[in-house]
Design a protein around this ligand. Structure first.
Ligand SMILES: C[S@@+](CC[C@H](N)C(=O)[O-])C[C@H]1O[C@@H](n2cnc3c(N)ncnc32)[C@H](O)[C@@H]1O
Length: 274
């Protein structure tokens, strides 16, 4: 395995049980209410449209809460992730809820080999997914490879402008990191995670990448996808800039406390395989 995969996988394997135990992922609400949907998928609903009957794959599904939500909306879902520990949580959750979802352990870039070319009507991904992958072109080729002609991609993701902001500067919005994709990763060493937890972690160094919106769109067009939607949002589902963000009125997202119209915090991109 490449170094970035070893490091990133160790970090995710360690965090998955803490995420499943946290109130933020609301695992117990999925068990208690068979119609409960994750806040992420609930946010997506106005743009997502009807997914009933679609064969869907959720790339980088983590502990499966969004995957299960899509299944509850009527799609026949498979979740893929390279973290065995995350999938253990996902499988334990469907064992309790009875949702009919498959989970497959694989690297994103191996997804076509593992799941089959042209096998899906819907590829769903995002909310902290693209940043773990070194090449957006390889990701776009993977998405296109998984879809049948006419199948569609739905991604809501942290905005590359948000990811270029220096989160250490709380006095002003400052571009501190690359916007465009670089060969070399950002190397982060951070002890915590994005949910409320008392858990302590030892695998704290990760490798991550950013890329611009134009690079993402160009990679998809170059892989045989046609762009059908691109919306930018001023909010994001996690506290991305501590000290500068406040919760949205519904309590489910975070946006800049001061003039949120200055920052695109996330985007929803949709594309169809030609
Ligand atoms: C922030 S989480 C997923 C986001 C998802 N929206 C959620 O919150 O449930 C990122 C996931 O990407 C997975 N991941 C990172 N790099 C990967 C890779 N190269 N192949 C497959 N999965 C990967 C991690 O294991 C982790 O579960």
């Amino acid at each position: 395995m490449d170094d970035y995969r070893v490091l990133n996988k160790a970090s995710w394997d360690e965090r998955a049980p803490a995420h499943a135990a946290s109130v933020d992922y609301a695992v117990e609400r999925f068990v208690a209410d068979p119609e409960f949907l994750s806040d992420v998928v609930r946010f997506d609903l106005p743009l997502l449209g009807d997914v009933r009957g679609l064969r869907g794959v959720h790339l980088q599904c983590h502990i499966g809460t969004d995957t299960i939500s899509l299944s509850r909306l009527g799609a026949r879902m498979t979740g893929l992730d390279f973290s065995a520990a995350a999938l253990e949580q996902a499988r334990a959750l469907v064992a309790r809820t009875g949702d009919d979802v498959d989970f497959v352990e694989a690297d994103v870039y191996d997804a076509v080999d593992v799941l089959g070319a042209g096998s899906y009507d819907l590829v769903f991904t995002g909310i902290g997914a693209l940043c773990w992958l070194p090449s957006v072109e390889r990701w776009a080729a993977t998405v296109a490879g998984l879809l049948r002609p006419g199948g569609r991609l739905f991604i809501r993701e942290g905005h590359p402008v948000l990811w270029s902001i220096d989160e250490g500067r709380t006095d002003a919005l400052t571009i501190g990191h690359s916007y465009f994709e670089q060969a070399e990763p950002f190397v982060w060493t951070e002890g915590g995670t994005y949910v409320e937890t008392n858990a302590e972690f030892v695998h704290n160094t990760t490798h991550e990448w950013n890329r611009g919106l134009g690079e993402i769109v160009t990679a998809l067009l170059g892989s045989g996808m046609e762009l059908t939607g691109l919306a930018e949002h001023d909010s994001v589902p996690w506290l991305a800039l501590p000290g500068q963000m406040t919760r949205t009125p519904d309590g489910k997202e975070w946006r800049l406390a001061d003039r949120p119209e200055r920052l695109p915090a996330s985007y929803t991109l949709q594309a169809v395989k030609r």
